[in-house]
Design a binder for this molecule. Structure first.
Ligand code: DON
Length: 301
């Protein structure tokens, strides 16, 4: 496996300058596109990394996997009364379907759906961002995982579209908490900083059918299966079809350039390359995962 990750890092290095680093959150715009990291965390404990795999980055929308998992761990299936689980075919921050669907977001991984999940987690825990951070610390084994306050503030300053969505959700009665509190928690969870190694370790419960790092069940096996299914169909937004075609794994991207992918029963993989393609997914990251399933044969298909 070490040879495979080294080979992939060398293979995708020339792609790092394809695409654009996200700049709509100004504090993300300064990250160098030349970074590339990959880490494979095996369900049996082995960890293999290459490139910038221990350099922290903004996990952004990858946090939506962990907030959904937490809500399902507390609430079982009731979140699905407030969020659909269909691919949207629209950009991650689109609002066009929300009104047509009477305030029920298409899935928990577009921003509108993630705001509803964060709202529910806030009701359940009193501090949604801290509970996501707690899960990530516990599962990665790194107590230093934290929110980058500068990124969170930058998101809040430029979060007009998320604020519009939250108010529209509230107008349909699909928020339980004040809009400002939901947004504050959402911006903080997106601004969590982690490296590929910690994020791969923290995602392993989805490769272990819901079993947490300590060996106890965090999610039931069928819940873990469902989170993976929603990652496959909705985790890379309007490029989910292309991602399934090229990579063939459940995956979740973030505009910080990270992607987490899961091989159920085997491993969790994190890749990071800050330059994004037109759908907001890392160009080098998708190429690396494409290479990974080609070289290992470990696609779910
Ligand atoms: O809501 C936003 O704009 C960001 N905080 C998260 C966006 C994101 O990562 C979408 N992913 N590709």
């Amino acid at each position: 496996m070490q040879g495979i990750v080294d080979g992939i890092a060398a293979h995708v290095a020339p792609l790092c300058r394809q695409g654009q680093v996200a700049s709509y959150i100004p504090s993300l715009g300064g990250v160098s596109p030349d970074n590339f990291g990959i880490c494979v965390a095996m369900a049996d404990g082995g960890v293999y990394g290459a490139g910038d795999w221990q350099v922290p980055f903004s996990i952004q929308s990858i946090s939506k996997v962990f907030s959904l998992a937490l809500v399902m761990s507390y609430d079982y299936d009731s979140i699905w009364k407030r969020v659909f689980r269909e691919p949207s075919g629209t950009p991650f921050n689109s609002m066009v379907q929300l009104e047509a669907d009477h305030g029920i977001p298409r899935n928990p991984f577009i921003n509108a759906g993630a705001l509803v999940v964060t709202d529910r987690l806030l009701t359940l825990t009193g501090d949604a961002a801290a509970s996501v951070r707690g899960l990530l610390r516990q599962e990665s084994g790194n107590p230093a995982v934290d929110v980058d306050a500068v990124v969170a503030a930058s998101e809040a300053d430029h979060g007009h579209r998320n604020a519009s969505m939250a108010h529209l959700l509230a107008s349909y009665g699909n928020l339980e908490n004040p809009v400002d509190e939901v947004l504050d928690n959402y911006f903080k969870q997106c601004a969590l900083e982690m490296c590929c190694e910690d994020l791969a370790k923290a995602s392993l419960f989805l490769a272990r059918h819901g079993v947490a790092a300590g060996g106890t069940p965090f999610l039931a096996p069928n819940q873990s299966k469902r989170v993976n299914a929603v990652m496959l169909t909705c985790g890379t937004y309007d490029a989910a079809g292309e991602f399934a075609y090229r990579v063939g794994l459940p995956g979740k991207s973030g505009v910080g350039g990270g992607i987490v992918a899961i091989v159920p029963g085997r491993c969790a993989i994190t890749v990071w390359g800050p330059a994004l393609g037109p759908n907001g997914n890392s160009v080098a990251g998708i190429a690396a995962l494409d290479e990974f399933t080609t070289r290992t044969g470990w696609s779910i298909f």
